[in-house]
Design a protein around this ligand. Sequence first.
Ligand SMILES: [Zn+2]
Length: 541
Amino acid sequence: MALIDPHSCADSVQPRTRHVVLNLTVDFAAKRLEGDATLVLSGPSAGPLDLDAKGLEIRSVTTGTGAAVPFSLGPSDPILGERLRVELPPGTEAVTVRYATSPGAAALQWLSPEQTAGRKQPFLFSQCQAIHARSMVPLQDTARIRVTYDAAVTVPDGLVAVMSAGPDGVRPGAAPGTTTFLFRMPQPIPTYLIALAVGSLEGRDLSPRSRVWAEPEVVDASAWEFAGIEEMIVKAEGLFGPYDWDRYDMIVLPPSFPYGGMENPRMTFLTPTLLAGDRSLVDVVAHELAHSWTGNLVTNATNEDFWLNEGFTVWAERRILETIHGPEAAVLGWAIGQKALDESVERFGAGSPLTRLKTDLKGIDPDEAFSSVPYEKGARFVALLERTAGRAAFDRFLRSYMDTFRFTSISTEEFLAFLDEKLPGVSTMVGAKEWFYEAGMPANARAASNAGLALSRTGWPLWIPPARRPASSRGASAPAEVPCPSNGFRLAASPRDGRASGEGQNEGPPGAQGAGGPEAQGSGRAQNRMIRPAEVSNWFR
Ligand SMILES: [Zn+2]
């Protein structure tokens, strides 16, 4: 018997869940999900099955034939929640847990109508990363055990449910005044990627495989802002291979969504602060899109290997931006990331074990350990591998890595073994073990720079296109800049952005006025592209 993840009670000798069937009713008045979850096991099983739960009210557990199954709920741990032990009769292939979530479920955010753009209907969204899925569904809540899922979600008439899954139909609910939305997720995902949002929602198609969802008040502005997503998907496919999740849909959430974005597969969750009205913040979607390859397709086995997910994704995001905007724009991303990394290392202390890529999180809440380190130190390690192996060889390695591990979740050690097999000698040349297991930044970590980089008055890097660089400075001193209403610094227009010369200033998304709140209302925005500060990059999961 051994635990396979310090944040889960999933046990190596117990059966594994391979598929989950959710049948849930959304009760806004009680702030609860009620219903059942059927866990389909990888084969006929017997004996104890330990599931993760947090604050769930467990009503019954039955087998596929309806026979009652004994269960017990262990003591509550403030980080991990409770162990739900189910005693499987011999030959059990599936168990159904009837339950309700608690009004304070960590994964679920219940918004009153006043907290939405429309102010008429309530709203619900989930955020299961890092270890909150267990407060929404009883399951083996570890990335190691991937599941496919089907769901039937019943909501009050007039509201729409979306999930990190493909839509599979809509029907009247069993109770009057309700509607049931059906979903099917055929690709196996780590449990932290199960996601649900319910509200007054409308969708707009952006391409044959992409749609944006938002409240009616902002849906047209959202569709305008993200109209170019197909081009970005195609660029990413050129770098990393075919998009493997069928659809790339997005939902723009109400302003209280606590992150910039979350890479829920088939349904990226996004903050409405991206609705700048001039498409200037669309690039941040590159990060969530990149997760489709370097995070969701190949996932970290546990939160201790989080860098494998985020480090590769930050690196991949900058490769996408380099393809779209050119190398200097990517260098700006690296420079902003460097400042975020410096701040995280300073916050923890350079000797802190939390500055290792491979962390030891036993007894530590992964949300408390969250920082720029797995993102930016991880991305620097990936870039170092790329430089050492050479881009062409590294790109071949990356394709092979994703082919080999697609739809699985791996550890740092499994990655290292694969690296040594495919690119012999490289891990020694770069000092991989020092990067993984030692605190702080190794001596061969290199800061990016180019002639277009300068520092803003607030200390954040910005990039000046060649035509706008003062001849006397060429990036050596801070150029004049315009204060930015939302985040304190700006980037001058990119070379391919025709708006730099004032073109298209009257162009704008329908309904954009007032859509994004005061942050989106700056004047003269068409002259300058804003880039997020590092605390916002932390904010993008
Ligand atoms: Zn991410």
